[in-house]
Design a protein around this ligand. Structure first.
Ligand code: ZN
Length: 244
């Protein structure tokens, strides 16, 4: 089976469209999983949700998705994120809001568990420490779990002696052990210094499982211009070009 993992699209339609074109050029996949934060920060919330629905993506709830439909408060958001959330909430069509409001926090689709943050705190935990990775690998009941939220590509696994972690580079293919946890990075707002959209393709055959981490250039200026036209906070436009 081949599965594409996308996460933290953050209402950046040009980035998602570029990723979908790249995916199609590579022969596509039988499934597409979106790991949360489809909306928030960016200028195209309804369009991004529609594209994912058109592609039959399996989607889970992110903290920004939850805040946009009032499921959680924005108390823990910084001022820029809170302002963007207010704008997003006002833009959502009724159909998009209903769809987001019904998303699960955790989805299990063998051999994957899909969650935005982590299993012990689905909306909020940043899986960046060995302790968090250890807890995730111990909690998952499937060979692989897929997470987002940090906007950083990462692979963590337990090799029997302890938790190992690796930050994969562009076009890097990693052989997956079981259990392992995969973060494909962010489509719409990467934070590892590489501004290109980030995603991953998992390939599972009878003999092996691999994750390929991929970066895709997109029209950053188009998204930045749309952010300014929408009246969203300026830092959300400028950060895209630096990948921070
Ligand atoms: Zn995010």
């Amino acid at each position: 089976m081949r599965v594409a993992l996308v996460s933290d699209i953050h209402a950046n339609l040009p980035a998602l469209e570029a990723v979908m074109r790249d995916l199609d050029n590579r022969g596509g996949t039988s499934a597409l999983y979106s790991l949360g934060d489809m909306v928030g920060y960016g200028p195209h919330p309804n369009e991004v949700v529609q594209l994912l629905r058109d592609r039959d993506a399996l989607c889970v709830l992110g903290n920004h998705d939850a805040a946009a439909v009032g499921l959680i408060s924005t108390e823990a958001f910084n001022p820029v994120a809170a302002a963007a959330n207010e704008w997003t909430a006002a833009q959502l069509t009724r159909e998009t809001a209903v769809y987001l409001g019904k998303l699960p926090e955790v989805a299990i689709q063998e051999p994957f568990t899909v969650v935005h943050g982590s299993l012990r705190d689905p909306l909020w935990e940043y899986l960046v420490t060995h302790d968090a990775a250890r807890a995730q690998l111990a909690a998952q009941t499937t060979p692989y779990s897929a997470v987002g939220h940090t906007h950083l590509p990462l692979i963590a696994w337990d090799d029997g002696t302890g938790v190992q972690a690796h930050q994969p580079g562009d076009e890097e293919t990693v052989v997956l052990r079981s259990p392992s946890c995969i973060n494909p990075g962010s489509v719409g707002q990467p934070r590892d210094g590489d501004p290109r959209a980030s995603y991953a393709i998992i390939e599972i055959t009878e003999s092996a499982a691999t994750a390929e981490f991929i970066r895709v250039s997109y029209d950053i200026d188009a998204t930045a211009a749309a952010i300014r036209t929408a009246g969203l906070p300026e830092p959300l436009a400028t950060r895209l070009a630096s990948g921070r």
